[in-house]
Design a protein around this ligand. Structure first.
Ligand SMILES: [Zn+2]
Length: 97
């Protein structure tokens, strides 16, 4: 009985500290922490600039619903441009004209 009580409170504490008001960036090369404004439906990662749509599990617990494609596509384009045109060319020839 006593053990069960301890387990529950430990889990509750952990859950609170871990996810209070923060989400983790879905960009695999970033994984930064994003702290959105309370109730915001969008959040921008301060580390890599990716933007995400949010929903709120409860007033203090945001979750990422999905990326904002327009913004992220721009970032991807810039990344490709920085790396040189090779990747873009490959993708085009794969498209099979
Ligand atoms: Zn990020």
């Amino acid at each position: 009985m006593a053990i069960d009580e301890k387990k529950t409170s430990a889990a509750e504490t952990l859950r609170k500290t871990r996810s209070f008001g923060k989400v983790r960036c879905h960009n695999p090369s970033c994984m930064g922490r994003i702290q959105p404004a309370p109730g915001a439906d969008h959040a921008k990662c301060p580390t890599c600039g990716m933007e995400y749509r949010l929903f709120w599990v409860n007033p203090t617990l945001p979750r990422i619903r999905g990326p904002v494609w327009d913004v992220n596509r721009e970032i991807a384009k810039k990344t490709f441009a920085g790396k040189g045109g090779a990747a873009t060319l490959k993708a085009e020839s794969k498209g099979g004209k």
